[in-house]
Write a protein that binds this ligand. Structure first.
Ligand SMILES: [Zn+2]
Length: 478
């Protein structure tokens, strides 16, 4: 007979205590404790991932411990995963609702059901897929699959869909059917029968994840969990969720636009340096032929307020367009609106521009964003963003074919960024002819063929060079 007991579970960090308190003692959040009833049922301990593992010399570790991987047949995704899905791994795929997670996973299911040749030339045979949906009905999943052209032929037979939210039942089904892949869409909709909290609560998300991990480890079935992301860009549910799973992937992009960026923020079996670029089309997410230029907006003529920056996403150089608009305002507190770039960084650059470069924006509303719905935190975006603001205020476009990259300090001084060679090579390949970069103590950067590298020492100098203003112009003020 199962004994019933009550716990107060913090909705922020997942800590459990016996009685209610106003503040969580673990994470310090207020009013986050929610009563959750636990039916005390015996639960099997997770089987050790690899019983009797033997130590391996570092020199040989690569061959000896190579995981059994199943490529999913989507090149950009396999690259981010580090070669495919590892047997017994749990992957969390996060992203905003409507960004294309379910579409991508149906394509993954089709890849597994078709069978692919892996990196070493071994053919991985087709396998069945179990797709547990708690978000949509079986009919809705079928309609989406039909739109993607995945209901015909062997794929239509090998992928089975079940509308199920009980994690115990999903685990039982998977144990009985032994699929090559289990997809759970989404982790916020499944719930354990042994817990009374509602689906999506911290206790339930955590419990469901633990149960699915036990299944993955004991039966060697790769599991992909869909996780919804809240407005502030974090995964809904306990923060511990990301620590539990083996791989955390996130899909980003502008829902209304076509481009999607796939990142690994955690990967126990590979690098987190890889990003995948996709384009959403009629047949689902397709790989982009030239990802480096995918996020560049098309212009007929150079536009004031637009600056192209060669950024690095992991190890991949991407060219992105920073856009800024400044407009005079009579409001006592001018607007500072940022999308895809850090709001605080924008405010800081506005201040530095005013004090150190003669670009006064205190009477202007300021808007800044990245084309293509991308979100970038790299400090090297400072200089292009500052130049975009200056260009918009002066209503003067940058010299055609210019890129810029560099960090801006509080004194208006510039700092160089890592991987400059790779960034400049990529810019040159895409036809840019001039790069504005900070002076570096490591000496002059090598200029790839076709691109002129202009080294500048300060923000004011960078603005003069970028807008091709005579030396006195930047002191004219506004
Ligand atoms: Zn807490």
């Amino acid at each position: 007979m199962a004994r019933t007991q009550s716990r107060f579970v913090c909705q922020s960090c997942g800590a459990a205590v016996l009685r209610w308190e106003g503040q969580c003692r673990t994470c310090g959040e207020w009013n986050t404790l929610v009563e959750t009833v636990v039916h005390d049922a015996p639960r099997p301990r997770p089987a050790a991932a690899r019983a009797g593992s033997a130590p391996v010399a570092l020199a040989r570790a690569d061959n000896a411990t190579d995981e059994v991987r199943r490529p999913v047949g989507i090149g950009e995704l396999d690259r981010v995963l580090g070669g495919g899905l590892v047997a017994g791994s749990v992957v969390l795929l996060g992203g905003e609702p409507g960004i294309g997670k379910s579409t991508l996973l149906l394509q993954v299911a089709a890849g597994v059901a078709t069978g692919v040749v892996n990196a070493t030339g071994v053919r991985i045979p087709p396998a069945t897929v179990l797709y547990a949906t708690g978000e949509e009905s079986v009919r809705q999943v079928r309609l989406r699959a039909a739109r993607l052209g995945l209901t015909e032929g062997p794929v239509g037979e090998a992928v089975s869909v079940v509308a199920e939210t009980g994690v115990g039942r999903i685990v039982d089904l998977a144990r009985a059917e032994r699929p090559g892949l289990l997809v759970v869409d989404s982790v916020q909709t499944v719930a354990s029968e042994e817990l009374d909290g509602p689906p999506g609560s911290v206790g339930q998300v955590r419990e469901a994840t633990l149960r699915l991990m036990e299944l993955a480890k004991s039966d060697g079935i790769p599991v992909v969990l869909v996780g919804h992301v809240t407005k502030d860009g974090t995964l809904a549910g306990p923060k511990t969720l990301e620590h539990l799973v083996d791989v955390v992937l996130s899909v980003e992009g502008d829902r209304t636009g076509g481009l999607r960026l796939l990142r690994a923020t955690k990967n126990r079996y590979g690098s987190t340096e890889e990003v995948g670029v996709f384009e959403m089309g009629d047949r689902g997410l397709a790989e982009v032929a030239d990802p480096a230029r995918a996020f560049l907006a098309e212009h007929d003529a150079p536009a004031p307020g637009s600056v192209v920056a060669p950024i690095l996403e992991g190890s991949r150089p991407l060219l992105v367009e920073v856009q800024a608009l400044v407009a005079p305002t009579a409001a006592p507190t001018p607007r500072r609106t940022a999308s895809g770039v850090d709001q605080n960084r924008l405010a800081l650059l506005v201040a530095v521009l005013g004090r150190r470069a003669g670009i006064g924006l205190s009477g202007h509303d300021v808007y800044a964003n990245l084309a293509g719905g991308l979100s970038v935190t790299e400090p090297g975006l400072d200089l292009p963003l500052a130049l975009a603001l200056a260009s918009s205020l002066r209503d003067r476009p940058l010299v055609t074919g210019t890129v810029a990259i560099g960090e801006v300090g509080l004194l208006g001084e510039l700092r160089s960024v890592g991987g400059l060679d790779r960034r400049l090579r990529e810019a040159a390949r895409l036809g840019f002819t001039r790069a504005i970069v900070p002076r570096s103590s490591r000496g002059r950067p090598a200029a790839p063929a076709g691109i002129e590298v202009v080294v500048v020492g300060s923000l004011a100098e960078a603005i003069r060079v970028a807008l091709a203003e005579p030396a006195s112009a930047s002191r004219r003020g506004t």
